[in-house]
Design a binder for this molecule. Sequence first.
Ligand code: SF4
Length: 679
Amino acid sequence: MVRTVCPHDCPSACSLDVQVADGRVVSVRGGDNPYTAGVICAKVSRYGERVHHPDRILHPLERVGPKGGAAWRRISWDAALDRLAAAFSETADRWGAEAVWPYNSGGTMGLVQRDGIHRLTHVMGYSRRKRTICTAVAIAGWSAGVGRIAGPDPREMALSDLIVVWGGNPVSTQVNAMTHISRARKTRGAKLVVIDPYRTGTAAAADLHLALRPGTDGALACAVLHVLFRDGHADRAYLAAQAEDTAALEAHLASRTPEWAAAITGLEPAAIEAFAALYGRTPRSYIRCGFGFTRSRNGAVNLHAVTCLPTVTGAWQHEGGGALWQHAAIFNWDKTLTEGLDARAPGVRELDMSRIGAVLTDDPDALLGGPPVRAMLIQSANPAVSAPDSARVRAGLTRPDVFVAVHEQFMTETAALADLVLPATTFLEHDDIYGAGGHSHIQAGPAILEPPGECRSNHALLSGLAARLGADHAGFRLTARDLADATLARSGWGGLDRLEAEGWIDAQPDFAESHFLTGFGHPDGRFRFAPDWAALGPRAAGMPALPDHWPEAEPADAEHPFRMIAPPARQFLNATFTNVPESLRREGRPTCLIHPADGVRLGIGTGDAVEVGNARGRVRLHARLAEGQQPGVVVVESLWPSAAFAGGDGGINTLIGSAPAAPNDGAAFHDTAVWVRAA
Ligand code: SF4
């Protein structure tokens, strides 16, 4: 049994105990860790199916014939790296270094294997990848008031009397959070409130589910704040000591009544009153903010409004109280070696990864006035499926004048469009270290299997490519283990030996710092009700000065009367696990959840084939009538491969626009207007 950690783009970063025999995974179980506590999700417990899948890419492949065709020939790693280096050099010679765009995403979350591509980018002066697809909106929304990406220890949820899961579905996407929530419910009789546009697995288990319209969380938060002030639940002493702009906030909220919010959210005023009263009278109230409600063009405003709740009641002061979105700041990572930050030259453009379709189709706005992108290396990412406006992404990747190399474990839809496909290791076949988005532990993930075929790690590929390009940096000369060791040491966490000996390092700051008793993350230590949005990104124009409903969204209209959200399916993780037989069997098929009233009106019943579309395209899938969401809202859990949709123009992200969110770009996966009709 070997201790490792789940590498996937999931806040849980579960500790894993993996049993291996004769070079094969025998079992994957939850490891001993104070947060993950021996629990893992079903999809990773079946990891053997994925790592030993017969469709693993085992050798470098070069395209034969036109892009998108299925003809490949096997080549050596040396030949593949020579070709990749030549493509990058020729592109840089002709168009300038910024015409090369190394691209990655969260296919692996280890610092060594995920982030090394930035080192190559910086050393060579290639276009940078602006990291917008997952967290940019939420980082802005959380930073606006709190000022630091951190918060109270999520284990404290077990000590709460009220847990509010706002815009997340931990039953499917962060299973360990439910361990701590369940403890609070069992031992303290704590209440669980879920705020989500549809009845998720978490909502179904809650004491109260507020199924608001997508993108109206700011209105709900404002109405709750209104009640908190109105009914004497505001902690005046705490506000005087810890927050700015309280008087302006209170005056502004006078008109943000539950009736006002009801008209926007679609909730009953009485439900808003009941939630506000429960929240106001419960000092130990912990809001676990998910990513879901931030994936709207107004998502930053909505998250900021939610962070105002524990500030007005002073819940931050109490054990089991406060709020948490992410924990990134507590690890204090020194990424000089992993990302090559010391080679980062000023003035190099940073292209929005969520707009890869616009970038590759030469949109001057997306290119920031610079040269076109003509060569890419894509690692740990499948943008043909997972990026917004995915028909345009595929159009860009298919261009004959754009050279694309994809380093992958499987022939994904992105890899299938590439010129060169390079076989990649899984986390069990390379060394790395991991922080966590949803808890405070640093963990090590050692290589415990021999790579199959000729699979190489991200780090090995990058080091080989760097040598050919003459890209010199200490990070390329170290082994993955040495990089991990040095990064731990530079970040103040000892080294890899200590980490492996102790099993984990808990980076949670002490209670006072975690609860911002020593100050929030702004220079004066005070929470901001009136944020400086312009300091958080270039798209702050029009953002409201105080928490509010900001109707910045892709609006429903007569032609597109439904608002669609595309949350994660339980058995998939973004585009990963969509080729694992048991995950596919459990998910069934792409399904559109439709309110029964809409079903009657459209003549659609459960099991019927439907089309969902807008100006960007259409997809075909099957309907399921579902209570627990409002009329006018449709839900398509994802990310299914395009081929799973029987006809249509691709996967669900075909319908999702790539217009950036405020104030600092970002993908708005739950902010889409569509039509729905029987197929
Ligand atoms: S995907 Fe998430 S919940 Fe599942 S094992 Fe990995 S970290 Fe844990």
